[in-house]
Design a protein around this ligand. Structure first.
Ligand code: SD4
Length: 297
């Protein structure tokens, strides 16, 4: 049984993002609006390197975005992959969901679609992303995406920060979304797990939702969010469900970094994490009793 309203968001920007979405659902608004607002907040943070503009350039120095959003009552999804020159990827994903019969639109055509929907085109590069790319490009090395797997993020940077948000509103309706710029120095055209339902996020109005961060090139081979939600459907608590979904990947020998958070319609939540890339992973849950940050170890 749904016990909303509540909202969950991953990583250190989780509390801030939740505070953006919470007033909407606290006032009786929809979980969909809350998820979009919370994720827009992270997408527009000027110093956030892994989501939205100003971060994670690809091999040729361009930042491209992946995002998806679910509306639980209809199980309708919309997503964009490799979106260029548009800042609010989650809002474009919402337009794909609401305005079309499609689920995923990619690349330059996603940009053209966004323009058709009235979004402004603008550079996604800032000083930080430009500098980071110039430093990397000066080494003259090919992207590590050509290396044998497994692959880590170079130079000791924290490896990941994708935003994933799950909300349930007072009407008991679920929405789930996530947004990222993916992976540093990726091969142009690369799309990760984040816009793929079941991979970077999943939700089912009957059960709850799950969101993931980390090495999406590996995670999208396993659909960990779908896996966790299906385990929760059969009664497994969210933390154990996340652990099982991640174990499915590590059991295959992947030395990957990834984290997951999940919350049931009953408000029970949990997370799991593996590998150094997502060390320090946390999620935060906001409900009527306040905002609680939960470290995931
Ligand atoms: C991806 N899962 O594109 C994303 C990356 C991520 O914080 O989580 N970054 O692979």
């Amino acid at each position: 049984k749904a016990t909303g309203p509540f909202i969950l968001t991953t990583w250190d920007f989780g509390p801030g993002a939740n505070e953006e979405g919470w007033p909407i659902i606290a006032a009786g608004g929809s979980a969909l609006d809350a998820v979009e607002k919370a994720i827009n907040y992270v997408e527009l943070l000027p110093d956030e390197y892994w989501v939205g503009y100003g971060g994670v350039p690809n091999e040729v120095g361009e930042t491209t975005l992946d995002a998806t959003i679910l509306w639980g009552p209809t199980h309708d999804w919309g997503g964009v992959g490799c979106l260029k020159r548009v800042k609010r990827a989650i809002s474009v994903a919402r337009k794909v969901m609401e305005e079309t019969q499609h689920t995923l639109i990619v690349g330059d055509d996603a940009t053209r679609f966004a323009a058709r929907m009235g979004f402004a085109e603008t550079s996604l590069t800032n000083v930080r992303s430009q500098t980071r790319w110039e430093e990397w490009a000066a080494k003259g090395e090919p992207t590590d995406a050509f290396n044998p797997e497994p692959i880590g993020t170079p130079d000791g940077l924290p490896g990941h920060d994708t935003v994933g948000t799950i909300a349930v509103d007072a009407d008991g309706n679920l929405s789930v979304g996530c947004s990222t710029n993916g992976r540093e120095f990726k091969i142009p055209g690369r799309v990760g797990d984040s816009p793929i339902p079941g991979a970077g996020s999943y939700g089912d109005q009957e059960v709850g939702g799950a969101v993931a961060t980390g090495n999406g090139d590996v995670m999208m081979r396993f659909l960990p969010c779908y896996h966790a939600v299906e385990l929760m459907r059969h009664g497994m608590p969210p933390q154990l469900a996340c652990e099982a979904a991640i174990k499915r990947i590590t059991d295959r020998g992947y030395q990957f970094g990834g984290g997951m958070a999940a919350i049931g319609m009953d408000g029970r939540h949990g997370g799991a994490q593996a590998g150094w890339e997502t060390e320090g992973f946390s999620y935060s849950v906001r409900d009527a009793s306040g905002n609680v940050k939960v470290p995931v170890v």
